[in-house]
Design a protein around this ligand. Structure first.
Ligand code: UN1
Length: 497
């Protein structure tokens, strides 16, 4: 099946979206895939109105039945896994194996959400007053606006949508303008599922095609109580302020500048592959990508030389089309991303002891050899996140000092230590300031069961597993008096009339 056949097969109503506003190209070879129309302000207005209507119906459907829709959607994704994974790969450039992983992540969160649909538990709280009972009720919130980034074009939507829908909410999705086709494909699969399910209101899930302006209309609309946004810190700061100004809630999952510490006792057979997948997987374009590696001075040369050999080999043999099975490093998303990488390398050059790779590979699209940068110490030059495969490697002597360097960056998403010393591992978990702190596991590739997100400029939001579902509901505290005597007031207040 060629790319046009794949697109038409996955997006049954593609014709309704064609237009001249957005030329969609594939990073695989720069070829145009199609051209789409942006949603107009009027059509966004209609979609928000429809989302409110859908919410009013959906919130009254029992939660386990809402879960049944998501169970069926998970099965729909299973049926179309290979096709959707290929489209992910074609549109965002990640290697097909990682495209499959991303669709699997959607299936996993659907399974998780089905279970959660029977576990939207509130508390029963002991009342200080006789014959009173206090309950915490979790109620559907309203339409949820989802803004997603190009690098995980479908999984991050699914984290939000699967949970929001079992929680009784409707969803409106503004995908990255770099990956609108995967969004339309998911929407089409979701609509097919709703039709087969039978009892879902129209417009339970919708997509807005557009750029910043179209996203802003959604962000500013008070009928949308929650905006869940994934992307750059700059975007998140703008969104967070706009949503806060109208007293909405935002769930932000923004930039990372993730580090790994390689302690003297590290098992290098575990550490080296973990550094490599974390650093060059998805061509360094995950928010969880390993960007900084602190290696204990006693093993620095050994680790650095292994990495250097691996980077040279990766650059020579493993950069190529993401659709070929032998490729490990696909293209960068676009020219701006390539320039960003070159600028970051130029900035760090005066401080670098050595730079391996980083140059462009001669083929259509923006393919690069992953870059390994040896530094003698960390500096503010590397405090900004560059969404590209650049790994900074630095020596350290003392764990309590290196943890300060580890935490010195403004972001706080993911972190890892490689050690076989339980004291070091526990010390690291306690003092890493990130939302994710792994031991003998890389910084990327989190499972859906844990809450995902981070602190500081990463935005503080938590999506996916654990009790993240609570973000998609409103909490109500309810006190009931079931006695027959004159009611007592809390805090022992007497108010006799
Ligand atoms: C992202 O890059 O925005 O932990 C999400 C990971 C993936 C999700 C990444 N499960 O790397």
């Amino acid at each position: 099946m060629n790319s046009q056949e794949l697109i038409v097969r996955l997006i049954s109503n593609l014709g309704d979206h064609l237009g001249d506003d957005l030329v969609v190209t594939s990073p695989v070879d720069g070829a145009q895939l199609t051209s789409l129309a942006f949603d107009s302000p009027a059509s966004i207005e209609v979609k928000i109105h429809q989302s409110v209507q859908a919410f009013r119906v959906w919130r009254d459907v029992p939660a386990p039945k809402r879960g049944e829709l998501i169970r069926q959607f998970g099965n729909k994704l299973r049926e179309h896994k290979e096709e959707l994974s290929t489209l992910v790969s074609l549109e965002c450039g990640k290697i097909l194996e990682e495209g499959r992983g991303e669709v699997q992540e959607m299936i996993d969160i659907c399974d998780f959400a089905v279970g959660i649909s029977r576990q939207l538990y509130g508390l029963t709280i002991a009342s200080e007053r006789k014959n009173h009972v206090m309950h915490e009720n979790w109620l559907p919130l309203g339409p949820v606006g989802i803004i997603s980034a190009f690098n995980f074009p479908v999984a991050v939507w699914a984290w939000n949508a699967a949970l929001a829908i079992v929680c009784g909410d409707s969803v409106i999705w503004k995908p990255s303008e770099k990956t609108p086709l995967t969004a339309l494909a998911c929407q089409s699969l979701f609509e097919q599922t709703c039709k087969e399910f039978g009892d879902a209101p129209a417009h339970l899930s919708q997509v807005i095609i557009g750029a910043r302006e179209q996203g802003e209309q959604m962000v500013e609309d008070p009928r949308i109580p929650l905006i869940s946004a994934t992307g750059s810190t700059r975007m998140g700061q703008a969104v967070g302020q706009k949503v806060a100004a109208r007293f909405g809630k935002s769930l932000l999952e923004l930039g990372g500048n993730n580090a790994m510490i390689i302690a003297p006792s590290a098992d290098l057979a575990i550490a080296i592959p973990s550094i490599l997948f974390g650093s060059v997987g998805t061509a360094g374009q995950r928010c969880t990508t390993t960007r900084r590696v602190f290696v204990h001075a006693s093993i620095f040369d050994q680790v650095y030389n292994s990495l250097k050999t691996a980077y040279i080999s990766l650059g020579e043999n493993k950069v190529g089309s993401p659709l070929e099975a032998s490729t490990l490093v696909g293209p960068l998303i676009d020219e701006a991303s390539f320039s960003g990488m070159q600028n970051a390398l130029a900035r760090v050059k005066p401080e670098a002891v050595e730079i391996i790779g980083g140059d462009r590979v001669d083929r259509p699209g923006y393919y690069v050899k992953p870059a390994l940068v040896r530094l003698s110490k960390q500096s503010e030059t590397i405090f900004t996140e560059t969404f590209a495969p650049i790994t900074y490697v630095m020596p350290y002597d003392d764990l309590s000092k290196v943890i300060e360097d580890h935490n010195a960056v403004p972001q706080g998403l993911s972190s890892a230590i490689m050690t076989t010393d339980v004291r070091e591992a526990e010390f690291f978990k306690r003092y890493s300031d990130c939302g994710i702190a792994n031991v003998n596991i890389g910084t990327s590739g989190a499972e859906i069961g844990g809450a995902f997100g981070g602190e500081k400029e990463t935005g503080g939001g938590r999506e996916s597993g654990s009790d993240s579902w609570k973000a998609y509901m409103r909490r109500q505290t309810s006190t009931t008096y079931f006695g027959t005597e004159k009611p007592a007031l809390a805090q022992g207040i007497k108010f006799d009339i």
